[in-house]
Design a protein around this ligand. Sequence first.
Ligand code: ZN
Length: 234
Amino acid sequence: MKIFIDPGHGGSDPGAVGINGTRESDVVLKVGLKLKEILINNGFTVRMSRETDEYVSLTKRAELANKTAADLFISIHCNGFTNPDAKGSEVYSYPGNAQAEKLAGILLWHICNGIGTANRGTRKENFAVLRLSKMPAVLVETAFITNPDEEKMMCGGGFAEKAAYALAKGICEFCGVALSTAETEGENFEHWGSVHLENLLKKGYIKNPELWKDFDKSPTAAMVLALADKITGI
Ligand SMILES: [Zn+2]
């Protein structure tokens, strides 16, 4: 099976941008690259529309997928809306494509389950990448980057892994194969902050690791001052 992964946007087109400046193009590239790794480890052949922060037109994306004769086309996006309360996941397919609609349903279930988002349902839309791709094609809106909570989730440790594993599970289910690396699921990935905490503990700058273990919480000013004082202390 050959899977074409299409991380949306890139280069001059950042896609939707969260209130804290998180760019859709960056988030979906991370998910796409992780998905590529997992699928290759599971015996799939993978092609991508982009593997760096570069601009690729919508027609070019579909052309690349058609040229490589991919079996499935998976476009990865983050949703955006003017109302910051909008949240959850949805997956699109082209009207009238039953195989793509089936794949959309499977992927949506896995993504909601994998990253813990609300299920907004599958939808049909005349998106260029879906219309121009010859194989079953879906567009996954992982979550809303314009929702502050979901933006925070996207920036948190393990998001790309969780989303990628969810998509890989769905692709495997659609193809009727088992995901062989399920034991290393996203939930077990360490937060990126843990390595820094460990280093500072080793160096003796931090004595009470419990105070710092809630990696996505802000420390108090006193905690930051005390740490900076220790590190810069004479
Ligand atoms: Zn997008």
